[in-house]
Design a protein around this ligand. Structure first.
Ligand code: GDP
Length: 599
């Protein structure tokens, strides 16, 4: 086998457009892997992801394909995450390959993130092989989907494959196109090792496993290697490829995709985007594009019960072995006690972390409402970044406040333009920059919007006003000056720092109003009346009340049969793990996330 017979590709597809089905079909046509086994292996993703229909990532895959020209080719298929939270990983995966199959569901049309990812692929100079999938379905809108690909991506319609991944129609032709159109890997051949880490996974017994694309040189067991971002040196224990199981090989050569095991303690030692070289003959420059991944949203995380702080710390440290994107540092809240300030890539990432802590570490946690990171310029001109609303300055304490803005693109059928404009411009402080047509049935709208407005309920609202038809993508734009105020919530006359939030001045009153009402719904009734107030700029701007519990309701609770009572007790015990007594008021977890649920 020579490098001329290697093809490295990724598949760009929106969720449910058929990436897994196509991959299964390709596996079936190539490797002699048993079907059931292959599914287990290839779809080795976490339960949470599968339940939500979002595969964040799965193994790369190597198959051998006997092409019509009589030669056997090695095709490596690298996975790209399907969610905007993980766009840096998409970027790094693309840097590892020479081509991309662009897969679009003929019943759904082109989605916003697919367009964004295709542009990314073009920036990486990937050869793009477009295919409209699910042509076997009666409601397939094939020609319209082809027209969207022409307009949105600029690929001529005659180059677009029409396939059914499920029925296997057109898949062979697609693979032939991969062989013919995607270039074989090129190497610099300058005597240096350069291998890109495009993913990493933690293994209990072997430490972090780096998924690499070798660009120049070669790696084998026993080699000394150096991580170019840190200068740290390790000895390689094993290299191998994915079939899809990990299979050791003697050597990984230029052009290859495989894995490296080298006694790396955790995934933070195998940083995505980093370049591996050799310490005795290091490459003069790393491969381009390495970036420290920065969190986009922050939230406080506290143990369900205060006494579990140490356990939570241990759980977070263990969890982080496998997720370098999570950042956390110890924090203390007067209301919630000892906990952590955590940074996440986005809300999905936050959800995944919380659920995995609960499932894998049996840790119930209290999370506070997420927020973005603000930039503050003090009177003396110093710039400070603040990601905790409780530490946000009061009025007049600083000279200027800036907040992050994003470029937001939405693809929608034209009939929802009005409603989407209203949502983004009137409710979310965004501005429309431009619109363009795509085919006959879609329009792309480009906006600039504060990130803080997108991280809450934006996705659901966009889906609601467009009856599910619109799709979105966003990327960081810049920090812009903004008129923001801190709002402090008082429960039973006591300030609860963990409920503080930052709002734009124009919306402060409306949000405060909705939040105190929501809190009044979520905080259970007590024997006494509980006032809930919001304070901004030194005065109270909204109030709601949790009425006192009537005696007969209590009595009812404790009547009834024994099993019901047991159940109640059981539930209470469970619930207890995530309650906090503040003053003499019991506040449940839902209340801390009330911000996410005000409409
Ligand atoms: P992924 O999220 O992109 O990996 O999508 P999947 O491969 O899981 O496919 C989503 C759904 O579409 C599944 O129910 C598949 O069976 C179905 N599907 C995928 N490709 C085709 C196709 O060519 N024709 C039909 N009728 N269904 C398909």
């Amino acid at each position: 086998r020579t490098v001329e017979n290697v093809r490295n590709i990724c598949i760009i597809a929106h969720i449910d457009h058929g990436k897994t089905t196509l991959t299964d079909r390709i596996l079936e046509m190539t490797n002699a892997v048993e079907k059931r086994k292959m599914r287990e292996q290839y779809l080795d993703s976490m339960d949470i992801e599968r339940e939500r229909g979002i595969t964040i990532k799965s193994h790369p895959l190597r198959v051998f394909y006997k092409a019509d020209d009589g030669n056997e080719y090695e095709i490596n298929i690298v996975d790209t995450p399907g969610h905007v939270d993980f766009s840096y990983e998409v970027d790094r995966s693309m840097a590892a390959v020479e081509g991309a199959i662009l897969l679009v569901d003929a019943t759904q049309g082109v989605q916003a993130q697919t367009v964004a990812n295709t542009y990314k692929a073009l920036e990486h100079n990937l050869e793009i092989i477009p295919a409209v999938n699910k042509i076997d379905m009666p409601n397939a809108n094939i020609e319209e989907t082809v027209a969207e690909i022409e307009d949105l991506i600029g690929i001529p319609g005659e180059d677009v494959f029409r396939i059914s991944a499920k029925e296997g129609i057109g898949v062979k032709e697609l693979l032939e196109a991969v062989i013919k159109l995607v270039p074989a890997p090129k190497t610099a051949d300058d005597g240096h090792l350069r291998a890109l880490i495009f993913d990493a996974k933690y293994d209990k017994y072997r430490g972090a496993i780096a998924y690499v694309r070798v660009f120049d040189g070669e790696i084998k067991a026993g080699d000394k290697i150096m991580m170019m971002s840190s200068g740290e040196v390790y000895e390689v224990g094993e290299v191998g490829t994915f079939t899809p199981e990990m299979v050791p090989v003697d050597i990984l050569k230029a052009g290859d995709i495989g894995y490296v095991i080298a006694g790396l303690k955790d995934v933070s030692k195998a940083r995505i985007g980093d370049t591996i070289t050799k310490p005795d003959n290091p490459a003069p420059e790393p491969l381009p594009g390495y970036k420290e991944v920065k969190p986009m949203v922050y939230a406080g995380m506290y143990p369900g019960l205060p006494e579990y702080y140490e356990e939570l710390r241990k759980a977070l440290e263990k969890y982080k072995l496998n997720d370098a994107a999570l950042v956390f540092k110890p924090d203390h809240s007067p209301a919630l006690g000892f906990g952590f300030r955590c940074g996440f890539l986005g809300l999905l990432h936050m959800d995944v972390v919380r659920e995995r802590l609960e499932r894998e570490f049996d840790m119930a946690v209290i999370l506070t409402a997420p927020n973005v990171e603000y930039k503050v310029v003090t009177h003396s001109g110093e710039e400070i970044f603040i990601n905790d609303p409780a530490k946000f300055p009061e009025e007049g304490e600083v000279r200027e406040i800036y907040e992050p803005y994003v470029k937001l693109s939405i693809i929608t059928p034209p009939e929802y333009i009005g409603k989407l404009m209203n949502l983004v411009q009137n409710e979310k402080r965004g501005t429309l920059v431009s619109t363009e047509n795509a085919g006959h049935e879609r329009v792309v709208m480009h906006f600039e919007v504060p990130l803080a407005e997108i991280i809450f309920d934006f996705f659901d609202k966009m889906k609601a006003v467009s009856r599910g038809y619109a799709s979105m993508d966003y990327e960081f734009l810049e920090y812009r000056k903004s008129d923001l105020v801190k709002i402090t919530i008082y429960v039973n006359k006591e300030p609860v720092d963990a409920l503080s939030f930052i709002a734009h001045r124009e919306k402060a009153y409306t949000i405060a109003r909705k939040l105190v009402d929501k809190l009044a719904e979520l905080i259970p009734q007590h024997q006494f009346e509980i006032p809930i107030q919001a304070k901004a700029g030194g005065r109270f701007i909204a109030r709601s009340t949790v009425k006192a519990l009537r005696k007969d309701v209590l009595a009812k609770c404790y009547g009834g049969d024994v099993t019901r009572k047991m159940k109640l007790l059981e539930k209470q015990k469970e619930g207890k793990k995530r309650l906090r007594e503040i003053g003499n008021v019991t506040i449940p977890q839902e209340a801390f996330l009330a911000m996410l649920r005000i409409g």
